[in-house]
Design a protein around this ligand. Structure first.
Ligand code: GLC
Length: 742
């Protein structure tokens, strides 16, 4: 073959090079050079569309013009390929044709609705949670959504706070593992994939520690506790590649998170090297005025942009003040360019500049939103999220040959209630695909079983007129199932409750039903741990069914009849009384450790109640039983660069196949700062047939022994450690000790 002349070779190389797509950074540089300051600030401006308002909405009928003028970078709460396409078309009329980013709270499903995140967390099944997020992303992206405001990773130890339903509970280790899995699920094989949505880790930071469990309330804590308890899930999500963060409404140690440079610049973008962008929470920039941290919108915009809030959700402070701040030389164009670059980077990565309509595919929307495999996955993780709290005399599982079952309660025939808070109701409001608890039971039982129904009472209120009919119905049955709890909108955003008992007269209804002498299985539906002493002490069987999503009825029936042996374990402590809150398992020992006996002599017990919860973190029963034996450590001493392997045997010693979540806890017995009496450091979920056993292994390395000391240095200190393996944080089955030596 004739050799190419050097000149020809050079020409061809130039042509080939020019044909290559320019690196994103170069494309951003070129675009920034063309943008006016108004267009740059437009990218930092996000408005709500009309699907719903998830905050105090501003009426603004000029959005289309502002989009045409390049003054809007993103819309939220814009649902469906048709609607997103229409807005994107308007964006393409702008001078530089910069595509809009569509964001949505796809928190636990888009059309297919999964259990609320706190319920999913009780499955401890990371693959199942990642798969749920993957399906949510597949459906949402098919519906035109680019960006989900999830996962919410706020550690929460106060069930009065309504948003506990949205996170992964009280523990930094479990919360970190789950945060990582959910980000991987949402973002799939990367932001360039058309079935991926960009994750948004929220709410940065420590929002779950609001004083009094009151939403939006102040948070005050040591930097050490912030780093040890509240930040780890955010770091895990960042390590998973999360594209964006959302800051939080609360002030942290006196500085609103939105204007908190320590959080957003020093930690997130500095120490952690985050390259994505930060969106404010709804209106939180303007709300700094209410906080009393700034005087007006001008100062709010200055504070927020300086602190690293890149995009303004709905407050309009950036749109109304940043141009003037730049003119007044209070804000440099470099600061604006950094924010805009971060935002444009994500739009390029998502392929929106190459094809702004790539997510607007009605055919794909139709296909993905009706994929039967999605419902199957939802049913599976819903069953895994149910926690068996009590099962006296093996009342459960019920026999499918039961002649007559009375299904009673205000939630039995509900549809949308099962979706919990932060569900997405698609235009048209179709809820026929949701499997009610009643229909789930009907789907399950054979033709010979008679199902009876009575509502009994409402969720709230004092009306007991339905009791008599409920009692008559129960008297005709062989077994009674009673479904009670909160309304789904009694937990969620701005749903803090000072009284977290089961509302209304529902527990009094239980009392009447128990008086018939019939066996009663109680289902408790809620978005938070509730306090229910009567039910806990008198009902023979209790399933905590949370809000399980669109397959709730089928999942509950699967568990009731043993087609799925419940494996869920609580991801959050259930207090005996609201007076115990905040309550969590990984507490310090104190100088006068509480005791649970009657002797309250000068120790940190209550004089009127045990300090122990009703149900502890990690608690959950099974229809079978498991034995733990033969704990072995490969060594009793390790240096910082060595590891210890912990192994034990777990056997299914009962009559049903089942899954067990084996939990590894460690205690650093002496530290330069006090250390918790135990901390979850690993877990394994194993499935075992009857009489089957398996060897479970954990690895202990320096990382698992490390903590933030008083100087906020991360590291392990030599000394003795307890290693505890348990079926819950209180039900420790096996333990030993080892030492970290210098
Ligand atoms: C809400 C929530 C936040 C949500 C946002 C958009 O106020 O705090 O979690 O993502 O507004 O709906």
């Amino acid at each position: 073959m004739r050799k190419l002349s050097p000149l020809l070779y050079v020409c061809i190389s130039i042509v080939v090079a020019l044909a290559q797509p320019k690196p994103i950074e170069q494309r951003i540089d070129s675009l920034l050079k063309l943008m006016t300051i108004e267009e740059k600030i437009g990218q930092m401006n996000q408005y709500n569309d009309d699907w719903t308002a998830t905050g105090p909405a501003t009426v603004d009928n000029d959005k289309a013009n502002q989009i045409r003028n390049g003054q809007v970078g993103s819309l939220l709460n814009c649902i469906g390929t048709e609607r997103t396409r229409s807005w994107q078309k308007i964006a393409m009329q702008s001078r530089l044709k910069i595509p809009l980013l569509f964001g949505q709270d796809v928190v636990h499903g888009y059309k297919t609705t999964f259990p609320i995140p706190l319920a999913e967390a009780c499955s401890w099944d990371l693959d199942a949670m990642q798969n749920a997020a993957r399906i949510a992303a597949t459906e949402a992206s098919a519906g035109g959504i680019h960006w989900t405001f999830a996962p919410m990773v706020d550690i929460a130890r106060d069930p009065r706070w309504g948003r506990v339903m949205e996170g992964a509970g009280e523990d930094p280790y479990l919360g970190s593992r789950i945060a990582y899995a959910r980000v991987k699920g949402f973002q799939g094989n990367g932001l360039g994939e058309v079935n991926s949505v960009m994750a948004c880790v929220k709410h940065f930071a420590a929002y779950g520690a609001a004083v009094g469990g009151r939403d939006y309330n102040s948070v005050d804590m040591s930097d050490r506790q912030l780093f040890e308890v509240y930040l780890p899930p955010f770091k895990a999500a960042l390590d998973a590649g999360a594209g964006t963060f959302m800051n939080s409404f609360n002030d942290l140690n006196g500085v609103p998170a939105t204007g908190n440079s320590f959080l957003q610049r020093d930690i997130l973008k500095g120490k952690w090297g985050f390259k994505g962008f930060v969106v404010s929470d709804w209106g939180s920039i303007g709300e700094m005025i209410n906080h009393g941290n700034v005087k007006n919108g001008y100062e709010a915009a200055l504070s927020a942009v300086t602190a690293g809030s890149d995009m303004d959700m709905e407050s309009r402070c950036y749109k109304n003040n940043l141009v003037q701040l730049v003119k007044d030389k209070k804000v440099s164009t470099a600061l604006i360019d950094d924010a805009v670059r971060r935002i444009l980077q994500k739009k390029f990565e998502m392929g929106l500049f190459d094809d702004p309509f790539r997510f607007c595919n009605a055919e794909r929307e139709q296909k993905e939103l009706n994929d039967p495999d999605h419902a199957k996955s939802a049913r599976e993780i819903a069953a895994k999220s149910i926690v068996l709290l009590k099962n006296e005399n093996h009342l459960l599982p019920l026999s499918k040959e039961t002649k007559t079952i009375a299904f009673i309660g205000p939630l039995v025939k509900a549809y949308k209630q099962n979706k919990g808070f932060w569900d997405i109701e698609l235009p048209g409001g179709d809820s026929s695909f949701i499997v009610s608890q009643w229909n789930g039971l009907k789907n399950k039982v054979g033709k010979k079983t008679i199902l009876l129904y009575a509502k009994g009472c409402d969720i709230e209120g004092t009306n007991k007129e339905g009791f008599a009919e409920a009692v008559r119905t129960a008297q005709q049955a062989d077994v009674v199932i009673l479904s009670i709890g909160e309304r789904r909108d009694m937990s969620g955003e701005a749903k803090s409750r000072s009284d977290i008992s089961i509302p209304g007269v529902q527990e009094e209804l239980l009392k009447e039903l128990l008086a018939t002498g019939k066996p009663v299985v109680v289902l408790i539906n809620a978005g938070r741990p509730l306090v229910f002493p009567y039910t806990a002490d008198h009902a023979p069987a209790i399933l905590y069914t949370w809000w399980l999503g669109s397959e709730a009825g089928n999942a509950i029936a699967d568990v009731l009849f043993g087609d799925y042996n419940p494996s869920g374990k609580l991801a959050m402590t259930f207090p005996r009384s609201v007076g115990q809150i905040p309550i969590y398992y990984s507490h310090f020992n104190t100088g006068r450790p509480a005791t649970d006996d009657a002797n309250h002599n000068y120790n940190s017990s209550y004089t009127d109640l045990s300090i122990y919860p009703k149900y502890e973190f990690g608690y959950g029963l099974s229809y079978t039983t498991f034995s733990y034996s033969n704990l072995q450590l490969t060594k009793k001493q390790m240096t910082a660069n060595e590891q210890i392997t912990v192994s034990l045997t777990v056997a299914n010693t009962g009559k049903y196949p089942g899954e067990e979540i084996i939990q590894l806890y460690l205690r650093d017995k002496v530290g330069s700062i006090v250390r918790p009496v135990k901390e979850l450091k690993d877990f394994k979920k194993v499935a075992l047939a009857v009489n089957e056993s398996t060897i479970v292994q954990f690895t202990i390395d320096k990382e698992k022994l490390s903590f933030f000391n008083q100087q906020l240095q991360w590291g392990a200190e030599a000394g003795e450690f307890d290693v505890m393996v348990g079926a819950s944080s209180r039900n420790i089955k096996l333990q030993d000790t080892f030492s970290l030596v210098p």
